[in-house]
Design a protein around this ligand. Structure first.
Ligand code: HSE
Length: 416
């Protein structure tokens, strides 16, 4: 049995108009009716027809509706809107990963208190199903690890760079296609993916929302040369966000990685997201699909509307309990192999100096490549290390930065 849901949409940008268009295109007898829209201004790209418009988005809550669909983005106004809607006894559906990450604990607790439902399928991987799947379908499993390529814009940029397109051109294309955030620096600097892995960690491993501080790094320093060196060893570069059980603690991190080209995640290009989940009963489990854009996000939002229409008297999903919240393992104590890119002075003894720094930090070298020449008497030296601690690598980077013969150094962690 399903119920006819009366909907108020808050926000009237790319995602909201995408949802409106998909709902309007749906066949007759769908269990929803858009009652009103909260929009500060019109959107020339979409005509809402006869639907009532409120210029103050908070007025949507006072309408005779069952569910507020929050699509305004951002954190503080969205938090206030969601809280007020839940307090008024409305259900809330949101695609907003930033507000779920920053205030998820408080908002989920409030929804539970008010016997309302807060659904957020589209907040992670847009329409590619993961939130309700983790919460419901994988409920019998113990999850030990989630590795996710969770930002469509970043994957779009990296896979285009791999094919010779510049970072700037690929970013412009991602913006035009509606994949990027209004402030694309959140995509580029790893924050958007960090929000999403934080939400998944909370559902799978009961970590807090927001999580305590963890390592977040973006793709700003990835260059065409890195793809060239990676390719020689059948590797590619992706942005990965990972959470993993580590005894009583959990690992949580969001940064670029070198990964095998032919692996399940390494082979996913364009706007696609990929999420690998390691579980006790299913083993390794992979989900991949479009992770950004208006159609994909509309798919995730409508899946929440469908779930809500069928479960008005019982929860459409299981929420984290936020009890015995595990600590986040120190990033410095994690083990990685590294790709180390150095630009050094082209003169006798410099390679020996590089080797000495690795040796003094007990870092064993797996491979070393030196073949190109740059302008101004510089040469790139690329080193692949064996497995070491992050703290050892950080000490070596500090030592490199203290040498006048070493002009530049950077690392990319290698994901196994
Ligand atoms: N900017 C986000 C991305 C949108 O590129 O993945 C979907 O959350």
């Amino acid at each position: 049995m399903s119920y006819n849901l009366k909907i108020g949409i808050c926000g009237w940008g790319n995602v909201a108009t995408g949802l409106f268009e998909q709902l309007n295109q749906s066949v007759d007898n769908q269990p929803y009716e858009i009652v009103c829209i909260g929009a500060r201004r019109d959107n020339p790209k979409c005509d809402p027809g006869d639907i009532k418009i409120h210029r103050d988005i908070f007025d949507v809550i006072n309408e005779d509706i069952d569910v507020v669909v929050e699509l305004i983005g951002g954190t503080e106004t969205a938090r206030e809107l969601i809280s007020k809607a839940l307090n008024a006894g409305k259900h809330v559906i949101t695609a907003n990963k930033a507000v779920m990450y920053e205030h998820g604990h408080e908002l989920i607790n409030l929804a539970n208190q008010k016997n309302s439902y807060l659904l957020f399928e589209a907040a992670v991987a847009a329409g590619t199903p993961i939130i309700k799947m983790l919460s419901n379908d994988l409920g019998a499993n113990q999850v030990s690890k989630i590795s996710g390529m969770l930002n469509g814009t970043t994957n779009y940029i990296l896979s285009n760079m791999e094919n010779g397109v510049s970072f700037e051109v690929a970013l412009e294309e991602a913006k035009e296609k509606g994949f990027a955030e209004p402030d694309p620096s959140l995509d580029i600097n790893g924050t958007d993916a960090a929000h999403k892995i934080g939400i998944l960690a909370s559902l799978a491993l009961n970590s807090n929302l927001p999580a305590n501080k963890f390592h977040i790094e973006g793709i700003e320093n990835i260059s065409a040369a890195d793809f060239k060196y990676a390719d020689e060893f059948n590797l590619t570069i992706k942005h990965l966000a990972v959470t993993k059980k580590a005894g009583a603690e959990i690992e949580l991190r969001s940064h670029p990685v070198l990964i095998e080209k032919n692996s399940s995640l390494g082979g996913l290009s364009g706007v696609r997201n990929g999420i690998q989940i390691d579980t006790d009963l299913l083993g390794e489990f992979l989900i991949a699909g479009s992770g950004a854009g208006r159609e994909s996000t509309a798919s995730g939002l409508i899946s929440d509307l469908i779930a809500l229409s069928k479960h008005v008297e019982s929860s459409p999903m299981n929420y984290p309990e936020f009890k015995d919240i595990p600590k986040i393992k120190s990033f410095e104590s994690l083990d990685f192999s590294y790709y180390v890119y150095l630009e050094v002075q082209d003169q006798a003894g410099v390679l020996a100096l590089v080797s000495q720094i690795f040796s003094e930090n007990q870092i064993s070298i797996d491979k070393i490549v030196q073949k190109d020449h740059l302008a101004d008497g510089k040469v790139p030296v690329v080193v692949f290390t064996d497995l070491i601690k992050e703290s050892q690598m950080q000490k070596a980077l500090k030592n490199f930065s203290e040498q006048s013969e070493i002009y530049f150094s950077k690392i990319i962690r290698i994901e196994n």
